[in-house]
Design a protein around this ligand. Structure first.
Ligand code: 5GP
Ligand code: ZN
Length: 149
């Protein structure tokens, strides 16, 4: 995981400064709602971040239009990365909150070209609970969904 954590206030964060052109970035793509630039850490060659242009901290704060635009940009960048770097695979990764692994608190999605044995790891401790428990979780989520505007 990155060592660096950006705790700047909204509008002054590193990615807002990149959007505004106030600090340099190796820009790949931009449209009305999104911007894509090379991740400074380059976990693998071609590692790109697709960020919302507007300062939203997590996925919870994106408008539906921004959420759709981010995925469309990420797909195009993934297609370009496949052509340019011929990876074995591509991981789309998006972290929300410090507990979710987020270190820059301005929404972004990683487009990460992957190669066999590249050492990238995400611990994924499976629990495999009983079906009734899954049903209970689904009930809870459906109830929450029905309250969303
Ligand atoms: P997160 O951990 O929040 O999902 O990812 C933040 C990413 O932002 C890290 O992969 C880190 O390398 C990248 N990053 C941090 N600061 C800068 C910067 O100033 N410029 C660029 N291009 N990337 C950055
Ligand atoms: Zn920002």
């Amino acid at each position: 995981m990155p060592m660096f954590v950006d705790t700047s206030p909204p509008g002054h964060c590193i990615f807002c400064k990149i959007v505004a052109g106030e600090i340099p970035a190796a820009k790949v793509y931009e449209d009305e709602l999104t911007i894509a630039f090379m991740d400074i850490g380059q976990v693998n060659p071609g590692h790109v971040l697709v960020a919302s242009k507007r300062h939203a901290v997590t996925v919870l704060e994106l408008t539906p239009e921004e959420a759709a635009a981010v995925m469309q940009s990420a797909q195009r960048i993934a297609q370009a990365a496949q052509q340019a770097f011929a990876p074995d695979g591509i991981t789309l990764f998006q972290a929300n909150g410090a507990a979710g692994g987020q270190t820059v608190f301005h929404f972004h999605m990683h487009v990460l070209p992957r190669h066999e044995g590249d050492g990238v790891e995400l611990a994924w401790p499976r629990k495999e609970p009983a079906v009734q428990l899954l049903q209970g979780y689904a009930d809870k989520l459906r109830a929450a969904l029905s309250t969303l505007v």
